[in-house]
Design a protein around this ligand. Structure first.
Ligand code: APR
Length: 182
């Protein structure tokens, strides 16, 4: 499903494996220690190769990890992209501990990094909706709102944003939320 924005910009919802889709920047759902993990983080490190962790080691040594709601940049190793933006989503408790702001901040930070790095096409997984337990419908609303706001800005250089959903159920929830948008 595609949502169209002014100047030919697009937000696309797709089902798939984010490591297989060619873009300029792939967003990872990382942890604040930048240590790698399972889920999409594991898949990105497996497909990207050891370069990613070597670069994260340097970042960790310099700044001691990455705060929730923010992201750090590495090259993409063997992945079909130029960069990986390692974003740290919130661990969901009950939604009243700043989780919505932190999740929106992940998307916003990655879109700002995209602008700084001349990225035109960027892919996101559904950050925090796996191990971190964020309810998919709520997370989808935040992802869609934050990305839409960016694409509506005529000054944005980002042209296409892919939300890559790993399973059909997540795709359907995101599509339902996208269809409800005015
Ligand atoms: N492509 C796209 N999406 C994927 C892929 C993939 N290859 N693999 C998993 N996903 C989906 C999951 O189905 C889920 O919907 O990514 C979404 C995010 O799930 P997680 O990877 O569990 O990420 P998150 O909930 O943000 O938890 C982050 O998990 O792997 C660890 O190191 C990571 O500690 C961190 C935590």
């Amino acid at each position: 499903m595609d949502l169209d924005f002014p100047h030919g910009k697009k937000l696309r919802l797709v089902v798939g494996d984010i490591t297989k889709i060619r873009v300029d920047a792939i967003v990872n759902a990382a942890n604040s220690g930048l240590h790698g993990g399972g889920g999409v983080d594991g898949a990105i490190h497996r497909a990207g190769g050891p370069t990613l962790m070597r670069e994260l080691d340097v970042i960790r040594a310099a700044q001691g990890g990455c705060p929730t709601g923010s992201a750090v940049v590495t090259t993409a190793g063997a992945l079909p992209a130029k960069f990986v933006f390692h974003a740290v989503g919130p661990i969901y408790r009950d939604g009243s501990h700043g989780e919505p702001d932190e999740l929106a901040s992940c998307y916003r930070t990655c879109l700002e990094l995209a602008e700084q790095h001349g990225v035109r096409i960027i892919s996101f997984p559904a950050i925090s909706t796996g191990v971190y337990g964020y309810p998919v419908e709520e997370a989808a609303g935040i992802a869609l709102d934050t990305v839409a706001k960016h694409l509506e800005n005529p000054a944005s250089g980002v042209h296409e944003v892919l939300l890559v959903l790993f399973d059909q159920g997540s795709y359907e929830v995101h599509s339902k939320m996208a269809a409800r948008r005015p």
